[in-house]
Design a protein around this ligand. Structure first.
Ligand code: F0G
Length: 442
C-alpha cells in the first residue's frame, strides 16, 4: 500500500494501527479485534454534498455490465467503504439496493404502524452477506489471494462461493457444521464450486478451526471477523435511511448471531453521523433466539461478563451461535446508540415468521427473530407506537423452506397445512366450502 492510503486497521484493544495490505483479522500486538478506519474527512465534503452525491448515484443507470458495481447499494457509498480499492477490481453482482417495505397490515397487527422492513433477503444470494462479501472478496483479490475461506451457518458460505467463482483461479473453502445448515444453503456452496467441508461440530467449532487454518496457510479469512467485510455490510443502515429520503428511523432492529451485522450497522451509522450524512441518532435493538442467547445474557448482566454457551437447536439456524466473535464491537454499538438486546422463544419467532409470510413478506426465521423482538419491545413500551421502526430482514424465506414446511405441518397457531383431495371438481368444491360471494362493487 502506498503512503497515501486512506484506510488502515485500528485495534479495538490497544489502538495500534496496521496496514490494510496485511490481511489481518486480529491485532498482531494484542490479539483484539480490528476495524477499518478510513480518513473520509479527507474528501472535504459536507453532509449535504455527500447526500447529493449518493442521490445522483442512486438515480444513475450503470453504463455497462462491466461496471455492475455502479448499480450496487454498497458501492454507491464507495468512498465510505474501501476508498483505496481500484474500481476495476470490484467483484459485484450487484448487491444491496434492496427494497424497504412498508407492510401496513402487518404493522397494524403488531401495533407498530410505522413498521418498515429492509429486505436483505432480496440480495443476489438471498441474504445480507453479499454486502460484506463484495468488499471482502474484492479486497482479497486486490491483495492477490487465491484461496479464501469461511466458517458458516450457511449464508456466509452461500455468498462466499459465488463471489469467489467470479474471480479466475480463486477457490472458496467453506467449513460448515455437518447437517446443521439448510439444504438450500448447502446447495448454494456446492453449485458455485466451493470446496465444502461438513465438520462434526457446531458453528463455533468451525470458526475455531478455520481460524487455525488461515494461520498456517495463505488463505484469506472471509468471516465477519475480517474487518473489510464489515465495511461492505455497514451500508445497510445508511441505505435504509437513504430509502427513507434521509429520514432517520427511531429504531433499527437486527437479529444477532455472530454479532457482525449489528456491529457493522452501528459503525455505518456512527460514520454517517460524523460526516453529517445523517443528522439524528437512531437506537439499536439486537434480538436473539432463546436457544442461542449469549449476547442477550451479557447485556442483561450490564456487559460485566462476556457470556458464551453451547447453542441449542433453533428454527433460526443461521444464528445458532454460542460465542459471538464480534461481541466487543456489538457491545460498543449498543452503548453508542442507546441500544437494547431482546430475546424471543421458538414459538414467538415461528409465529412472527408465519405472520410476516402470511402478509406477503418472504422473510426467514432469523429475520423473524428481529420482527418478534420488535413486537415484544412494542408490548413492553420500549418501542413507542409512533416510532419509525426498521426491521432488518437478513435472508429470504426460500432458504429455509424446511422450517416453513415443518411449521405448517405442526398444528401451530398460524399453520396452513396442504390438504390432499381427490382429482375431481366435486372434491375441490367440497374442500372450498362454504362458497364465498364476490364483494359487491361500489
Ligand atoms: N441472519 C441470517 C440469515 C444469518 O445468516 C446470520 C449470520 C445472521 C442473521 C446473524 O448475523 O452473525 O452478523 O450477527 N450468519 C452467519 C453465517 C453466521 O455463517 O452465515 P451476525
Amino acid at each position: 500500500m502506498t503512503a497515501a492510503a486512506l484506510s488502515a486497521f485500528r485495534c479495538l484493544g490497544c489502538s495500534a494501527e496496521h496496514d490494510l495490505s496485511r490481511a489481518l483479522t486480529e491485532c498482531p500486538a494484542c490479539g483484539s479485534l480490528l476495524e477499518v478506519f478510513s480518513d473520509i474527512q479527507a474528501f472535504g465534503l459536507s453532509g449535504e454534498a455527500w447526500r447529493d452525491l449518493f442521490d445522483r448515484r442512486r438515480t444513475a443507470l450503470p453504463e455497462a455490465s462491466a461496471r455492475a458495481f455502479e448499480a450496487s447499494g454498497v458501492w454507491r457509498y464507495r468512498e465510505l467503504v474501501l476508498p483505496d480499492l481500484p474500481e476495476d477490481e470490484i467483484v459485484s453482482k450487484p448487491e444491496g439496493a434492496t427494497r424497504l417495505y412498508a407492510p401496513t397490515e402487518l404493522g397494524k397487527v403488531l401495533d407498530i404502524p410505522r413498521l418498515r422492513v429492509k429486505h436483505e433477503g432480496e440480495n443476489p444470494t438471498l441474504s445480507f452477506k453479499d454486502r460484506g462479501m463484495t468488499a471482502g472478496v474484492s479486497w482479497a483479490r486486490h491483495l492477490g489471494f487465491r484461496d479464501v475461506a469461511c466458517a458458516s451457518t450457511g449464508d456466509t458460505s452461500a455468498a462466499l462461493a459465488p463471489y469467489a467463482a467470479e474471480v479466475p483461479e480463486m477457490r472458496a473453502i467453506v467449513l460448515v457444521p455437518d447437517a446443521k445448515i439448510t439444504g438450500e444453503q448447502l446447495s448454494q456452496a456446492l453449485q458455485y464450486g466451493a470446496t465444502t467441508l461438513g465438520l462434526d461440530t457446531d458453528f463455533d467449532g468451525c470458526m475455531r478451526i478455520v481460524t487455525e487454518l488461515v494461520a498456517v496457510r495463505p488463505i484469506a479469512l472471509l468471516n465477519s471477523k475480517n474487518p473489510v467485510r464489515i465495511e461492505g455490510q455497514k451500508t445497510i443502515g445508511l441505505e435504509a435511511i437513504h430509502d427513507l429520503g434521509w429520514e432517520v428511523p427511531d429504531w433499527f432492529v437486527v437479529p444477532v448471531g455472530n454479532a457482525g451485522n449489528l456491529s457493522a450497522i452501528g459503525k455505518g451509522l456512527h460514520e454517517g453521523l460524523e460526516l453529517g450524512v445523517i443528522e439524528k441518532r437512531p437506537r439499536l435493538l439486537g434480538v436473539q433466539a432463546e436457544a442461542a442467547d449469549p449476547f442477550y445474557r451479557s447485556w442483561v448482566g450490564g456487559f460485566s461478563t462476556r457470556v458464551t454457551l453451547e447453542a441449542a437447536p433453533t428454527a433460526a439456524s443461521a444464528i445458532r451461535i454460542g460465542a459471538p466473535v464480534s461481541h466487543p464491537k456489538a457491545e460498543r454499538e449498543i452503548r453508542r446508540f442507546d441500544g437494547a438486546v431482546g430475546r424471543v422463544s421458538e414459538a414467538e419467532l415461528l409465529d412472527a415468521f408465519a405472520l410476516a409470510n402470511r402478509h406477503g413478506l418472504a422473510i426467514c426465521p432469523n429475520s423473524a427473530v428481529a420482527l418478534a423482538g420488535a413486537a415484544k419491545a412494542r408490548k413492553q413500551g420500549l418501542i413507542r407506537r409512533d416510532d419509525l421502526v426498521v426491521v432488518v430482514a437478513t435472508a429470504h424465506a426460500l432458504k429455509f423452506s424446511g422450517a416453513a414446511l415443518a411449521y405448517h405441518a405442526s398444528g401451530a397457531r398460524l399453520a396452513n397445512p396442504p390438504r390432499r383431495v381427490a382429482a375431481t371438481l366435486e372434491a375441490v368444491l367440497e374442500a372450498l366450502e362454504p362458497a364465498r360471494p364476490a364483494r359487491a362493487r361500489p
